[in-house]
Each structure stands twice: as structure tokens, then as C-alpha cells.
Design a protein around this ligand. Structure first.
Ligand SMILES: *Cc1c(COP(=O)(O)O)cnc(C)c1O
Length: 345
């Protein structure tokens, strides 16, 4: 698949590390059938550029390049009050000398606080130009268009980036990741049986599906929903994967069997903590020294742990966990992460 005809900015100067997690795999096995579990690997997309980086960094390499090509001077995007996507978009804007405005959707009523820590602190630190807060369920495309119109009235030019950076162009970031991973597996002599990834606005999961299909990588992908159960999530991922392949001019049809989603772990609600998330965050931190976040990767890892304990991820198989980032929001949820289920010391 030829990505080279798309303009791209580079925000990470290296391939993110692909590593085996021996201590975590051992701790996980203790709770698996017969005391035997899968071998867990990690790809550190939490180490991508635009500090602290995450999966949005890869999508923005293509989206911001497009904004610059169109002569925009202001990026407009949207997200939840602790949005990693908004933070990383703002960091990219700063680096490129652009302004940046957000529309923040209060999906949990009264969750927006002027003085919040975590990503919200980073918004202020990095110098966001304006934030518009709207109630949950608002039409975000329409709200962002209003902001873009206001920018235009001031004689400037806005570029609207959809929530999570998930459109066909953003999906290219995870086609690039699929190609990077393929090269790493070859160089390190690693054979994977499965990849576990989060599935939210779906650019990451969908981009990987497109990249795996287009590069003939036959590793099954399991998407753990962070805000929807499979009946609602899988069609979004399929649509994103198809749009990405179409943009690349690859003549392939994404079929429902190419998209596997797992539900339940995100409950009770997007971004609201649960005990399995707290256990997962503590377990990886205390076995490998790697932090996860409470909104996304903690719940995604809880899904991996759950699938291993029920035997759906089989003993001895090599499973890759894609760490998509999100560190700053950990600081906005300290009590939830340490106050939940405490592991034995
Ligand atoms: C946005 C995000 C996700 C979900 O990725 P999508 O491409 O929106 O599906 C997962 N993890 C983290 C840390 C994120 O910020």
C-alpha cells in the first residue's frame, strides 16, 4: 500500500517499541485456566511524539499535513473534557504555528471544570485559543462548523478535524502503523496470533483493519469497545476501514468477519471508572512499570485480562496489546485508580 502520495508531517522520529511483557504475562497466567495464560506483548504507541503522545499523533500526521496544504491557520476539533485527541491536536498546532479551538462535549453532565487537572490542565498550558462547551448528544459537526464560521469572520481560515481524528485521512495513520508493525515483526522474528486494540471513534481499529487487509497481514484484530457494544461499534469500524481503503485506491471490500469487537468492559459509561479498569491499571504498573489511563487503555487492558481468564485468548498464544496512550487523564482520576480493587502488595 503506497502512502507516499499523501502529504505527511512527522511527529515521531522512530518506530514505537515492540516488547514482550514477561512479568505481566506471569501475573496474568495465575488467574487463567490451569494457571497457563497467553504471552503478552506491547507496542508502545504511548511513546509517540507530541508529548505525551498517543494514537492521535499518527492520525494527525496526515490530517495536519492536509490542513497546511489547504492554507489553514486554525485547527478546530472536538472531544470530551479529558480528551487526549484535543490535547494532541493542540500540541501539533503549537508545533506548526497554528491556532487551535475546541468544542468540548459534556457527555457526563457537569464533568467539565475550568480548574480540572489532567488533559484540561494541558489545554491551558499549551495555550488553547478558545473552548466552547456543549451538552452531551449535541451535533458536534454543526458546533464545530459554527466555530469555523467565527474564525472565518475574523479573516482567518479554519480546518475542521472530526472527533478522534477518525476519517479516511486519519485512518492512514494506522495503515502506517500496520506497515511499521509488519517490519518490526519481521526484524525481531516475532509471530503474533492476535492483536488487541481499543475501539472508540474507530480510526485506530478501522485503520489497522485496512492496513492488515491491504498488506495481507493475517493476524486477527480484537477491538475492545470503550463506549459502545459490538452491534453499534462494528459497523463504525467497518465503515472507517472501507473509507481508508477507498482513499488509498485499494480494490478490497471489508467484510463483517474482518471486524471483531468486544463489549461490556466500558460499562457503566464512557470515561466512567470501573473496578476491572482499576485492577488492570494497577497490574501493568506493578508488574512492568508502565502506566495505563482510566478512560481508554485501562478498560482495554481489562478486556484483554478478561478474555485471557475465560480462555478466549488461549494459553501460549502471542497477543499484542497496542498501548494507545492517554497518560495525562490518569492524574484527573487518581482516587478511582487507587481506591478501586487493591491488588495484594
Ligand atoms: C482516542 C483514544 C483511543 C480510541 O481510539 P479511536 O481511534 O478513537 O477508536 C484509545 N486510547 C486512547 C488513549 C485514546 O486517546
Amino acid at each position: 500500500m503506497d502512502l507516499s502520495r499523501f502529504p505527511r508531517r512527522r511527529y515521531t522520529g522512530f518506530a514505537t517499541p515492540l516488547e514482550f511483557l514477561p512479568n505481566f504475562s506471569r501475573a496474568l497466567a495465575a488467574g487463567c485456566p490451569g494457571g497457563q495464560g497467553p504471552r503478552i506483548w506491547i507496542k508502545r504507541d504511548d511513546m509517540l511524539g507530541l508529548f505525551p503522545g498517543g494514537n492521535k499523533t499518527r492520525k494527525l500526521e496526515f490530517l495536519v499535513a492536509d490542513a497546511l496544504a489547504q492554507g489553514a491557520d486554525t485547527l478546530v476539533t472536538c472531544g470530551a473534557p479529558q480528551s487526549n485527541h484535543c490535547r494532541i491536536t493542540l500540541a501539533a498546532a503549537v508545533k506548526e504555528g497554528l491556532k487551535c479551538r475546541f468544542v468540548i462535549e459534556e457527555r457526563v453532565p457537569n464533568s467539565y471544570r475550568e480548574d480540572a487537572s489532567g488533559n484540561h490542565f494541558m489545554f491551558r498550558l499549551l495555550g488553547v485559543e478558545a473552548i466552547t462547551v456543549v451538552p452531551g448528544g449535541s451535533n458536534m459537526a454543526a458546533e464545530m462548523q459554527k466555530v469555523a464560521d467565527a474564525v472565518a469572520r475574523a479573516g482567518r481560515k479554519a480546518y475542521i478535524i472530526p472527533g478522534g481524528g477518525s476519517n479516511a485521512l486519519g485512518g492512514l495513520g494506522y495503515v502506517a502503523c500496520a506497515q511499521e508493525l509488519q517490519q518490526q515483526l519481521f526484524e525481531q522474528g516475532v509471530t503474533l496470533d492476535r492483536l488487541v486494540v481499543g475501539s472508540g471513534s474507530s480510526g485506530t481499529h478501522g485503520g489497522l483493519v485496512a492496513g492488515f487487509l491491504g498488506n495481507n497481514i493475517r493476524i486477527p484484530i480484537v477491538g475492545i469497545g470503550v463506549s459502545r457494544d459490538p452491534a453499534d461499534q462494528a459497523p463504525l469500524v467497518l465503515k472507517e476501514a472501507q473509507a481508508t481503503l477507498d482513499l488509498l485506491g485499494v480494490d478490497l471490500k471489508v467484510k463483517p468477519e474482518h471486524v471483531t469487537c468486544v463489549g461490556g468492559y466500558w460499562q457503566p459509561k464512557y470515561s466512567v471508572p470501573n473496578a476491572r479498569m482499576a485492577e488492570a491499571v494497577q497490574m501493568l504498573a506493578r508488574t512492568e512499570g508502565i502506566p495505563l489511563d482510566p478512560v481508554y487503555t485501562g478498560k482495554i487492558m481489562a478486556g484483554l485480562i478478561g478474555l485471557a481468564r475465560t480462555g478466549e485468548l488461549r494459553a501460549g498464544e502471542n497477543v499484542l496489546f497496542l498501548h494507545t496512550g492517554g497518560l495525562p487523564s490518569l492524574h484527573a482520576y487518581e482516587a478511582d485508580v487507587l481506591g478501586g480493587t487493591e491488588l495484594p502488595a
